[in-house]
Design a protein around this ligand. Structure first.
Ligand code: HEM
Length: 495
């Protein structure tokens, strides 16, 4: 580095530190004295170092033991408040839903997403969400009409698995593309071949985007960091990814506009375009940017989540041969082998219900949900959560609570079954899709996909480890989602 660049670098760093100091001092002076308790941390960074050095879930468990169900810590100038345990979560996100249903502001929402779509807090969020949900329902969410399209996808998926001839195989990419095709079908009215390189690249961008959102979190908190030379916090890469996905969606919208028949909407985009024509030009609810960002929100959210859950389910099948056999017996009794399982069979399969609930609990793919935000000072349990705070629904605190689930580290589907062999109601505590007004928009689709994929897989194949002495790891890697480590397994066709 020459003297001139060294001087520029030092100058930029000094300016950033001064700006951070000013921000920090002015923000914390505005906080009331009775903010939720928590560790003090260091000047400027607060507890950022702890987040970098520790497993975030372990840290949250430790802090809950020390400070109780509602605690806070500072990251730079921002206060983060964590809400844990079934009672506190329900009190906040259901009873006080008016206060707790907003999202945080930040560079990603404000600049990259231009405050549009379903994941922001702007005034049209509610209308966009309810329009999107009712449109998704009319294209089959939770309905039989979508079932046959999912089954077609599953048939193609099973064929590829069969071609592996029971050799060790990593199902990750195939599963992501298959699940993504279902969202594509609803959104764009078409599916892509598993060999389509453009589509494979797009779905790999979703996973990379999810992973980087947690690294780029530092820029959300300190937007000024994005001006640092290089791409230390991956915000430049994340921006590229979001623009790539936006471009793909924008092309789809243009193609749909060219072939739209208003009286015969084919999919989600058509339904949006029909409304766009009916409303005044410039209506923010139906402008192109709102359609694009809504799809950019839903598309990855509906792909990596369900695909990750399928991989957790397979891992637990490999580790628990007797549970795998029991599930297969139930499928054979209710469905047999001559056809694929259908949604109508679901009520007759309580063991599947117990199994998938246990996978939701231990897979725990969204342990800290998606951050919410305080748009004003919120009074909660005698404390004040200051305006601008980030609020975390700590779903992990419920999944691993020994008061709710005895021996929480054990994989035991039976814990959800009563003496009559039916679900016993404890499944309602497994809040994998969060709760309140922001509860996952895709819950019914995800449940439908998981049932059809998992039962068809277990009906056709036995899942075995790569070799008997090499069971895959059950450890999770937590970034935005909690993912299993990559693994291969043998998918053996049943006779
Ligand atoms: C097993 C699968 C899934 C899990 C565990 C899951 C979990 C979650 C969680 C925890 C949230 C955050 C809720 C909150 O802010 O408190 C969320 C939000 C969301 N999910 Fe899912 N999800 C899954 C599948 C899907 C699918 C299939 C779709 C798409 C169709 C989807 C679309 C969304 C959207 C759009 C939001 C944001 C909602 C809003 O901000 O109003 N998810 N999901």
């Amino acid at each position: 580095m020459d003297v001139c660049s060294l001087f520029n670098f030092t100058l930029v760093t000094v300016v950033i530190v001064v700006v951070l100091l000013i921000l920090l001092v002015s923000r914390s002076l505005q906080w009331p004295v009775n903010v939720p308790p928590g560790p003090t941390g260091y000047p400027i960074i607060g507890c950022l170092h702890q987040l970098r050095n520790k497993n975030i879930l372990e840290l949250c468990r430790e802090l809950r033991q020390r400070y109780g169900d509602v605690y806070s810590f500072r990251i730079g100038p921002n206060l983060t408040v964590v809400i844990s345990g079934v009672e506190a979560l329900k009190e906040a996100f259901i009873k006080q839903a008016d206060d707790f249903s907003d999202r945080t502001d930040g560079y990603i929402q404000d600049v990259l997403f231009q405050k549009k779509g379903v994941s922001t807090s702007e005034e049209h969020w509610k209308h966009t969400r309810s329009f999107a949900l009712s449109t998704l329902r009319s294209f089959g969410f939770g309905k039989r009409s979508l079932e046959s399209r999912i089954q077609e996808e599953i048939t193609a998926y099973l064929e590829i698995l069969e071609k592996q001839n029971g050799e060790p195989y990593n199902m990750k990419e195939l599963t992501v593309v298959a699940v993504s095709n279902i969202i594509c079908n609803i959104m764009f009215g078409n599916r892509f071949e598993y060999t389509d390189e453009k589509f494979k690249r797009l779905t790999s961008l979703f996973a990379e985007g999810f992973r980087l959102s947690s690294v780029a979190g530092a820029v959300q908190i300190f937007p000024v960091l994005r001006f640092l030379p290089g791409d230390l916090f991956s915000m430049k890469r994340l921006t590229e990814i979001i623009f790539d996905i936006k471009d793909f969606v924008a092309d789809q919208i243009q193609e749909h506009r060219n072939t739209l028949e208003e009286e015969n909407p084919r999919d989600f985009i058509d339904a949006f375009l029909v409304q766009q024509r009916k409303h005044e030009a410039g209506d923010p609810l139906f402008d192109d940017m709102n359609i694009t960002i809504t799809i950019v929100n839903i598309f990855p959210a509906g792909t990596d989540t369900t695909a990750t859950m399928i991989r957790w389910a397979i891992l637990y099948l490999i580790h628990n041969k007797s549970i795998q056999d029991k599930l297969r017996q139930e499928i054979m009794k209710v469905v047999g082998t001559s056809r694929l399982p259908s949604l109508a069979n679901k009520p007759d399969m309580p063991y599947y219900g117990a199994f998938i609930t246990e996978v939701f609990r231990v897979g725990n793919i969204s342990p800290l949900s998606v951050p919410h935000g305080a748009r004003k000072d919120i009074h909660f349990r005698g404390m004040v959560i200051p305006k601008g705070s980030t609020i975390i629904p700590n779903l992990d605190s419920v999944m691993s609570d020994p008061e709710l689930f005895e021996d929480p580290d054990k994989f035991l589907p039976e814990r959800f079954l009563g003496p009559d062999g039916k679900l016993n109601g404890k499944e309602r505590n497994v809040m994998a899709f969060s709760l309140g007004r922001r509860v996952c928009m895709g819950e019914s689709l995800a449940r439908m996909e998981l049932f059809l994929f998992m039962t068809s897989l277990i009906q056709r194949f036995e899942f075995l480890p790569e070799s008997q002495d090499k069971l895959p790891s059950l450890d999770g890697i937590v970034d935005f989602l909690r993912n299993p480590k990559d693994f291969s397994c043998r998918v053996v066709k049943l006779q």
